[in-house]
Ligand binder design. Structure first.
Ligand SMILES: Nc1nc2c(ncn2[C@@H]2O[C@H](COP(=O)(O)OP(=O)(O)OP(=O)(O)O)[C@@H](O)[C@H]2O)c(=O)[nH]1
Ligand SMILES: [Mg+2]
Length: 189
């Protein structure tokens, strides 16, 4: 699989020309968006990851095999980001989510241990309101034992209309194949 960064956009004016179908990764800071991208394409250091939340502050567009573009959006819900940054973030993200014609699917990442937080639900309602197609991925499932996982996934599922949820781990690779299947299915519809 070939994957490369095409552009890092700090403002909507810097988005690349819309072309290939795009799949956007959304979720709180530190939930594992960049790690998921790396695992999906099988490259350890394509997207920059960090244990410090708020690491990705721009929208990164990664082209995969001349087939589609994975879009790594900056995470939300990080309290130490100053207020004016939050406003900028909203303009950047909403500018992308509302107006991007090539956006085919949003992947909403939720930490399997924490479940839904208010900001996640806000974003989920927002996607539903604007009729954007999305799927939910529960991240970091490797950190849970069987019982915790069962409970965690059930709690996340309870908020999804059709109950479709992909349990994922960037550490073990669990969910990679299933996520690719979901992505190609939406694309062929
Ligand atoms: N155990 C475990 N750790 C993970 C997993 N995915 C990510 N992490 C860790 O969680 C931290 C954050 O991961 P990132 O991929 O940088 O998170 P992000 O959502 O891109 O964060 P922002 O760019 O700040 O929005 C890093 O320390 C990762 O190593 C996972 O599946 N399992
Ligand atoms: Mg990131």
């Amino acid at each position: 699989m070939q994957a490369e960064l095409i552009v890092s956009a700090a403002r909507p004016e810097q988005f690349p020309k819309a072309g290939l179908p795009e799949v956007a990764l959304l979720g709180r800071s530190n939930v594992g968006k960049s790690s998921l991208i790396n695992r999906l394409v099988g490259k350890e250091r394509l997207a920059f990851t960090s244990s410090t939340p708020g690491c990705t502050q721009v929208i990164n567009f990664y082209r995969v095999d001349d087939l589609l573009i994975l879009v790594d959006l900056p995470g939300y819900g990080y309290a130490r980001v100053p207020r004016e940054k939050t406003v900028e973030w909203k303009r950047l993200i909403e500018g992308y989510l509302m107006h991007r014609p090539s956006l085919e699917l949003s992947v909403l990442l939720v930490d399997a241990r924490r479940g839904w937080m208010e900001k996640d639900l806000e974003l989920k309602r927002w996607l539903e309101f604007y009729k954007r197609k999305y799927i939910v991925v529960a991240t970091k499932v490797d950190k849970l034992n069987q019982k915790e996982e069962y409970r965690g996934l059930a709690a996340i599922r309870s908020e999804i209309p059709d109950g479709a949820l992909v349990p994922f781990s960037a550490v073990t690779g669990r969910g990679v194949r299933e996520l690719w299947q979901v992505i190609s299915k939406t694309r062929n519809r």
